[in-house]
Structure formats: structure tokens, C-alpha cells
Design a protein around this ligand. Structure first.
Ligand code: ZN
Length: 501
């Protein structure tokens, strides 16, 4: 269908949600983020100039059956606009309240792990009031009516933070339980439909559904010719203003720019996002490092430059990459599992697929498809192993030089939760100490999100997100497979309960 908007580069720019009016007289669509309509003849030809209907961002347009008005999502509200331009709220503003437990619980920790120092203490009590850790003290008998959780035979680590996943409500309610059952109490989502992500964040925080804390952005903020459906084609300064306005209204936790966004625009976005107090991540390392991008996703990753700015064809990263990361303080989410590490690890250790959360909460067809994909890489195992080893060298080099990595996966390309565990095992295989591996999944991603005052370690005054595991992850990262229970925002949730279908 040819979209009737008289702009020569229209085909390259984001046009969304086109819809004919039921009476056939109008064609409405979203362009540069706003709602337009243009008159058309009964044959569908343009019969006049296009009319911009909104000054604000519009989404999800829908004609009324009488063709006299359009229902749309205006930034954070459902609205109705008629053909004269009169706007009305179509629905009262929806509100929610965070669910915070009023219970006091005391967790008797056999081994309490401090990820910052990489040490542990024996027989400690973690006292939690509501959703806050209020004190940490040597274990003692109590008669104050607090609920005591006996984890004297187990280890306690801070709740894990998965910093690179893309989610959709199509996956269903089990998604939140998968995260928690794998010990993940916070997720960072660098790219999603903003309203889908917002619904998820609010449903989880309000207790409507069980799930971790969600840190979100909207679509990938991109230039022209976008690749993913949830990317936002932003090609004018006015549209960028509106997108940053939406970031404030919907309370984004980060901005993710993508690979078609020109460098000078990315630079503007970083400055503007920092003004409203949120970090920016992209796939870019240089010149991005020079204008203060906070994080970079993927050691490989897509690039518009015709070559990978971070890796050679054989998968190696040299000092021009690792020094920049280590010295700038910019973090990287290597996604080693995404770049072949997951398939390789599972090929060599098929028992990973018997993880109880994976077998309980993923469907037979999903597991069969994954298994078939893993089997297919058998022929290329030697070359895959070489490139995975090369990525391991880059990661250890960054850490040795004093840099920080964050352990994301880009799920659902590889399965939610299970891929995160494998990512952490790959870092250990590459030679990182278990303490560094734990930092990459706790305090470092918390810092990248700007929430390390509240999350990432177990300390009085911090939010009560922690994981009770059998074994000792400070000795063996693979013990993270043995999550016994999580405490998520002060709620104690045994894994067995989370896994019920
Ligand atoms: Zn991604």
C-alpha cells in the first residue's frame, strides 16, 4: 500500500498504524510520532492535503464506526479526537499502588556473601521489615514474633539483575515466575513496546502478577530504516523532543539508541537523557565513549558501519576496545551466550537442559526447538569454540584492566532465565573469579541503572532482594542453578511455589 503522505523519504521513515475510516473518506496514520489524516477518493487516491491531528505522540489509532472520531493512545492516556480537533479523555487515568509486605522476616544465613569484597560471613541474621533490609547481625534465638527462615545450610547472595532481555506479554504470566525461580529479582529491558513494558513493570510492582523489578525503556530509539518492530524511527528534532517527553511521562529507566541513529543525534540524546537523569546505552563504542554513553550492548552486535567496531572477524577484541571500556568506566554487556556461547555450552553439557525451572515452565515445543538448534551447531563446534574463547579473552582483559561488564543475554533469542545462568557459567569458564561473575550480575548492573544505593548488595537500608541457594556460588558459579528461594521486595518465595503451572 502506498501511504499518502507527500514526503519524499516517507518509505524510509516510520509510518505506523495506517487505517481507512469506515466510510472510506479518510486515511489515518502515525507519522513522526503524531496522528495524521488525509482525504481519499472512493478509489483510494489522495484527494487533498494531509492534516496533522495531534501535537503529541499518538499510538494505537482506531476509527469510531461513524468515522467522526479516532480513539488513540496519547503519551500516557487513551483519548478520542473528532474531525474538528476536539480531544477528550476516553478513560479515567488508571492508577496502581506498589505492593509492600508489612511482615518482619529474619533470614538465618549459613553463608552471607558480600559481592563487593568477594568474601562471606557464617551464621548471620538478615532482618527484613517490609521491603527493606533493616539490620544484619550475628545469628541469635528470637522471641519477637518475627518469621524466621532457616537458611543455615545455604548461601545468600543479592538478587540477580539480568540487564539485557526483551519481553512481550505474549509469553504470559509464567515469565515473571521464571525470573524469580532463577534468582533474578530485577531485569533491565533495553527495547520493547513502551506500553507493553509499562504494563509489565506496573503489574509486577503492584503484585498483580508475580515478577521481578522491571527497568524499562520504550522502543529502540533509532534513525531511518528500522529493523525491529519495537524500534522507533526518529528523524526530526521535534519528534526527538516528543520522545524524550514520553520518557519522562512514562518514567523510563534508560534510553537505548540503535544502529541507524547518526552520531551527532546520539550525542544530543545522551546530553538530553542525562538532563532528565537517565542513562543511555547503544551498540556503539567510538565515538560514543567521547560523548558519555553509559553502556554498550554486545561484544559483537549489529553495526551500520560495515564492520564490527568491537571485534575482528575471528572474534578477538584488542586494546582499542578493552582500554576504552576499562578507562572510560563505560560498561559492556558482552552477550557471550548470544554469540554462540549458549549453544556451545549446552552442546558440551546437555544436562543444563534438565534444569527444573526450564523443564517446568517452558513448553515441550519450545524445548524441542531449542534442542534442535543446539544440535545443528555440532558441525561447526571447533570454529564456534575458537570465537567463544576469543570473547572470553576480551572479557577477562576488560576486568583485569579494571573495567566492568554486565551479564545480559538478549533473551528470548536464547531462553529467559536459563540463558542468564549459562552466561554466568561462560564467564567462569573464561577465567573470571566467581566474585567477579557475581558482581557482573548484581552490583555492576545496579550501578549502570543508577540504583546501586538501593540494590546490588545485601546491606541495611537497601531493598530486600536476595537469593537463597544451596551450595556456595563464591566457590562455584554453577551452584546458582540450585536456587532454593528468593526474597523479592521483601516477599519470601520458595522456588517450588514459583514453578507450579
Ligand atoms: Zn537486545
Amino acid at each position: 500500500m502506498t501511504t499518502p503522505h507527500p514526503d519524499r523519504s516517507l518509505a524510509l521513515r516510520g509510518v505506523d498504524g495506517p487505517a481507512w475510516s469506515p466510510d472510506g473518506k479518510w486515511f489515518a496514520y502515525i507519522f513522526d510520532g503524531r496522528l495524521w489524516r488525509v482525504p481519499v477518493t472512493p478509489e483510494g487516491a489522495i484527494a487533498g492535503a494531509p492534516i496533522r491531528m495531534t501535537d503529541e505522540l499518538a499510538d494505537a489509532l482506531n476509527w469510531a464506526s461513524d468515522s467522526q472520531s479516532i480513539l488513540y493512545l496519547g503519551v500516557d492516556r487513551l483519548k478520542r479526537i473528532d474531525l474538528t480537533g476536539k480531544v477528550a479523555d476516553a478513560h479515567p487515568h488508571l492508577a496502581y499502588t506498589p505492593e509492600i509486605s508489612s511482615e518482619r522476616i529474619v533470614i538465618h544465613a549459613g553463608r552471607l556473601i558480600d559481592v563487593v569484597s568477594g568474601t562471606s560471613q557464617r551464621d548471620m541474621d538478615i532482618v527484613i521489615d517490609g521491603n527493606l533490609i533493616t539490620s544484619i547481625e550475628p545469628h541469635r534465638a528470637r522471641e519477637d514474633g518475627a518469621r524466621v527462615i532457616d537458611a543455615s545450610g545455604q548461601s545468600i547472595i543479592p538478587g540477580l539483575i539480568e540487564p539485557h532481555t526483551h519481553m512481550t506479554s505474549n509469553f504470559g504470566e509464567r515469565l515473571g515466575r521464571i525470573w524469580l525461580a532463577m534468582g533474578v529479582t530485577a531485569v533491565r529491558e533495553p527495547g520493547a513496546d513502551p506500553y507493553d513494558a509499562l504494563e509489565r513493570r506496573e503489574a509486577w510492582v503492584s503484585g498483580r502478577r508475580l515478577g521481578p523489578r522491571g527497568f524499562m525503556t520504550g522502543g529502540l530509539t533509532d534513525g531511518s530504516r528500522v529493523f525491529y518492530g519495537f524500534a522507533n524511527s526518529v528523524t526530526t528534532p521535534e519528534h526527538l523532543d516528543l520522545e524524550l517527553e514520553r520518557a519522562r511521562w512514562l518514567d523510563y529507566d534508560l534510553i537505548k539508541t540503535y544502529v541507524r541513529m547518526p552520531d551527532h543525534v546520539q550525542k544530543t540524546i545522551v546530553a538530553r537523557a542525562h538532563q532528565i537523569g537517565i542513562p543511555v546505552s547503544s551498540h556503539e563504542i567510538f565515538p560514543a565513549v567521547g560523548y558519555g554513553v553509559d553502556a554498550v550492548e554486545h561484544l559483537r552486535g549489529t553495526s551500520r558501519r560495515g564492520y564490527s567496531p568491537k571485534q575482528t572477524e575471528m572474534g578477538f577484541s584488542y586494546a582499542d576496545v578493552t582500554d576504552l571500556l576499562a578507562k572510560s568506566g563505560m560498561t559492556i554487556t558482552p552477550t557471550m551466550g548470544l554469540s554462540g556461547g549458549f549453544n556451545l555450552k549446552v552442546l558440551r553439557d546437555p544436562a543444563i537442559l534438565a534444569h527444573p525451572v526450564y523443564t517446568a515452565l517452558f513448553r515441550d515445543a519450545e524445548r524441542a526447538a531449542l534442542k534442535a538448534g543446539v544440535d545443528r551447531v555440532r558441525q561447526t563446534e571447533p570454529s564456534l569454540a575458537r570465537s567463544v574463547d576469543a570473547m572470553g579473552l576480551a572479557i577477562t582483559d576488560i576486568i583485569k584492566k579494571g573495567g566492568r561488564i554486565t551479564a545480559g543475554t538478549d533473551s528470548p533469542f536464547i531462553p529467559y532465565g536459563l540463558s542468564f545462568l549459562v552466561e554466568l557459567m561462560l564467564y567462569e569458564d573464561a577465567g573470571l573469579s566467581p566474585a567477579d561473575v557475581l558482581r557482573s550480575a548484581t552490583i555492576w548492573p545496579a550501578a549502570v541503572l543508577g540504583v546501586d544505593k538501593h540494590l546490588g548488595t545485601i546491606e541495611p537500608g537497601k531493598l530486600a532482594d536476595l537469593v537463597i541457594v544451596d551450595g556456595d556460588p563464591l566457590a562455584r558459579i554453577s551452584d546458582l542453578a540450585k536456587v532454593h528461594a528468593v526474597v523479592s521486595n521483601g516477599r519470601y518465595l520458595p522456588r517450588a511455589d514459583l514453578m507450579m503451572e
